[in-house]
Design a protein around this ligand. Structure first.
Ligand SMILES: *Cc1c(COP(=O)(O)O)cnc(C)c1O
Length: 410
């Protein structure tokens, strides 16, 4: 697959800039579909929080994906992108019953992960079917910030509380049409995933109105050459067999659902930033770029790896650099990386920048967020303008400190 013309795009739209390659997203989607092709009723809900640009949502919709949303605002973005509410699943955590009701009013599939909310919802809307998020208490992945299935996680209703769910269902006459788990990002081990899925299958047998089983996501993608990744074809084959067996056992044509985020968009994204300064200290050579963790937070937040490449001097002699940002705090993209010799003004590419990058960007240090470009059908399309100073002050209300009102509202 040919890469987008990063330098030409950065020269046209300016840097820093996020560039997404639609071909990669499409190929990943096809790969996923193919891995589970043995299953008759299959549905993918793209996890909006990974990258919530409206054009990305439209692309997902065009590929046949629904959406997985975690806030009422994401639900509204999905509807704005043209996705039918029935193809949107709403899986919030820790939100108010009012927000759940607002999502219900919009007609999306509700997924509840809390007994008190389930009971209230069942009392008020017994006719609206809901899915329940179960925590199977299985650890997936190594990083406790992104692993959400363990015993003291705030996510889901414990598998040990299924009797409690059933009591609420009986009392309210509500219908549970789906069971769900999401054990967190970065599933390294498919045996762990399959083990958790067995627990979910067992839980699923208790719900007579069941229509679908949703296994969430967390599929790991490679960040560098020879990196470990979820063997999706193997997982697809093994889980499909078990799923089909389960449908046969309960004699129901259930739907198998997933909510991939990172798997679909991570590798499709590249962040391009310009080097402002090369700074030689007594121990290190720093390459300081015109960006920082305000634009790409994952290295500082999770210690995640983003491969860095010098686009301007690809054939240059490799040297060791620490690539850092301009934020006035420790702001490291990568330490001691071997990169083709960098000169001030060079453009660097940060790979795997499609998921949890722009969507986590902020205005910290009063910096503006970058532009986003979609490379699709050999064309570059601006899909979000670079912010301006006006965006930064929008919504701020200036008051006259010298002349405060004598008659305040409060
Ligand atoms: C974040 C999230 C996902 C997507 O996870 P990835 O690791 O990006 O695939 C899926 N489902 C839920 C409920 C999530 O919160």
């Amino acid at each position: 697959m040919q890469q987008p013309p990063f330098i030409a795009i950065a020269n046209t739209f300016g840097a820093p800039v996020y560039i997404y390659d639609a071909q990669v997203i499409t190929a990943q989607f096809e790969r996923l579909k193919n891995a589970f092709k043995q299953v008759e009723h299959l549905k993918f809900h793209y996890a909006v929080k990974a990258n919530s640009n409206l054009s990305i949502l439209k692309l997902m919709h065009s590929l046949g994906a629904g959406l997985d949303t975690v806030s009422i605002e994401e639900v509204r973005l999905g509807i704005l992108a043209g996705v039918a509410p029935k193809d949107i699943i709403y899986t919030p955590n820790g939100v108010s019953i009012e927000e759940v009701e607002a999502a219900r009013d919009l007609g999306v599939q509700i997924n509840i992960d809390n007994l008190s909310v389930l009971e209230l919802f069942g009392q008020r809307y017994p006719e609206t079917p809901v899915c329940v998020r179960i925590n199977p208490h299985v650890m997936a992945g190594g990083n406790s910030n992104i692993s959400v299935g363990h015993i003291d996680s705030k996510f889901g209703i414990s598998i040990h509380q299924v009797p409690h769910i059933l009591r609420i269902v009986n009392l309210t006459n509500m219908r549970i049409n789906g069971v769900h788990m999401h054990t967190g990002s970065d599933i390294l081990d498919i045996d762990v995933f399959l083990h958790a899925s067995e627990i979910l299958f067992e839980a699923a047998t208790h719900f007579k109105d069941l229509e679908f089983i949703d296994f969430g996501s967390g599929f790991k993608v490679p960040y560098k050459k020879d990196d470990i990744e979820t063997p999706i074809e193997e997982l697809g084959q093994k889980l499909s067999e078990r799923f089909n067996g389960f449908c046969q056992k309960v004699q129901k044509p259930l739907t198998l659902s997933f909510e991939p985020g990172k798997f679909l968009v991570s590798q499709a994204g590249t962040f391009v930033a310009k080097v402002n300064v090369v700074k030689q200290t007594t121990s290190t050579v720093f390459a300081g770029v015109d960006s920082g963790f305000n634009h790409l937070m994952r290295p500082m937040l999770y210690g995640s790896y983003h491969h860095i490449e010098n686009l301007s001097n690809p054939e240059g002699k490799a040297r060791f650099y620490s690539v850092v940002g301009y934020i006035c705090e420790t702001d490291t993209f990568g330490s001691n990386r071997r990169i083709a010799e960098i000169t001030e003004g060079d453009l660097l590419a940060f790979h795997n920048a499609g998921a949890y990058c722009y969507s986590m960007a902020s205005n910290y240090n009063s910096r503006l967020r970058p532009a986003e470009v979609l490379w699709i059908a050999e064309q570059a399309h601006l899909i979000r303008e670079r912010e301006t100073f006006e965006d930064l002050i929008k919504g701020q209300v200036e008051i006259d400190i010298e002349q405060l009102s004598t008659n305040p509202i409060i």
